[in-house]
Design a protein around this ligand. Structure first.
Ligand SMILES: [Zn+2]
Length: 287
């Protein structure tokens, strides 16, 4: 099962850092099962491609009966790429986790075997030589730690907090890349975008320009919040322990496209002072 594979990998990494409490997250991980043909002759297991025995002698605990020689039962379900609201064709690249309707300006992602609508918009400012990069804007609270540690955590991280009008609850809005890139770039851009103050007004429409695909689902972006936050903490003290115990509970999320000017080597948003090298995106397709 993919969950078992992830757990074994997690254990492997944890063993290497035994003794240190840590915040660890696998973001945008992919697990694959590869089926290969084997056959049995005279109680020995053969690789059907190479035609040679896999073992000189089968291990004692190997039981062929545990492996079914049938075609795996893989039901394939298709969801029509039509807008559930207006029936228009939905647009999106092959690898996109989100489909967009340019007719009624809506966005949809796949959840529980059906398309579910998500809030979406863009920051105006793009023109012909711009690429809109997608970000998950996740509004969340942080729970499960004592008020003193919480106050220190917020202060040290310097997070722009949003205080609810009718309660004392403090919420944060994280802006996490909705596209896969290597971890250190991912954390840097998440941090820079989260600290943009103020973000321009979001126009609740599909942007009229070139867009990068959404390749990281919001569930993975939420998983990354704790580790993004760990990067904000300036002082090296027991705040990390407080953060390990903290529980991140997202309240809502939206998808926001942000324009970046495309240069020879970089994608740049001058206003927010964020740049990333073109190679970062072009090499991310294998992640
Ligand atoms: Zn529509």
């Amino acid at each position: 099962m993919p969950a078992d594979i992830i757990n074994s990998t997690r254990k492997l990494f944890s063993l290497q850092r035994e003794g240190n409490r840590q915040i660890q997250s696998f973001i945008g991980e992919t697990t694959s099962i590869i089926y290969a043909p084997f056959h049995v002759i005279d109680n020995n297991l053969y690789d059907s491609i190479l035609g040679i025995p896999v073992f000189s002698r089968l291990p004692d605990d190997f039981d062929m009966g545990n492996y079914t020689a049938e075609k795996p039962d893989w039901p394939i379900a298709f969801i029509p790429a039509l807008c559930p609201e207006c029936g228009w064709d939905l647009a999106g690249e092959r690898d996109s986790m989100v489909l967009l309707c340019r007719n009624c300006d809506s966005a949809w992602h796949h959840r529980n075997k059906r398309l579910e609508k998500i809030g979406m918009g863009y920051i105006p400012g793009g023109s012909d030589n711009h690429l809109f990069l997608p970000f998950w804007m996740i509004r969340t609270g942080i729970f499960g730690i004592d008020p003193g540690a919480y106050a220190d955590l917020v202060k040290s991280a310097g997070l722009p907090a949003v205080v609810q009008e009718f309660s004392n609850e403090v919420k944060f809005i994280f802006r996490i890349p909705a596209f896969k890139i290597r971890a250190h770039h991912f954390l840097r851009i998440a941090k820079q975008m989260t600290f943009v103050q103020p973000l321009d007004e979001v126009t609740e429409k599909v942007p009229d320009g070139t867009m990068h695909s959404v390749t990281l689902p919001v569930t993975e972006a939420i998983e990354s919040i704790k580790i993004v936050m760990a990067g904000f903490i300036k002082s090296k003290n027991d705040l990390f322990s407080a953060l390990i115990d903290a529980v991140i509970i997202p309240e809502n999320f939206n998808l926001v496209y942000v324009p970046f000017r495309t240069g020879h080597h970089d994608l740049i948003n001058e206003k927010y002072n964020i740049a990333l090298n073109n190679n970062i995106l072009s090499t991310a397709c294998n992640l």
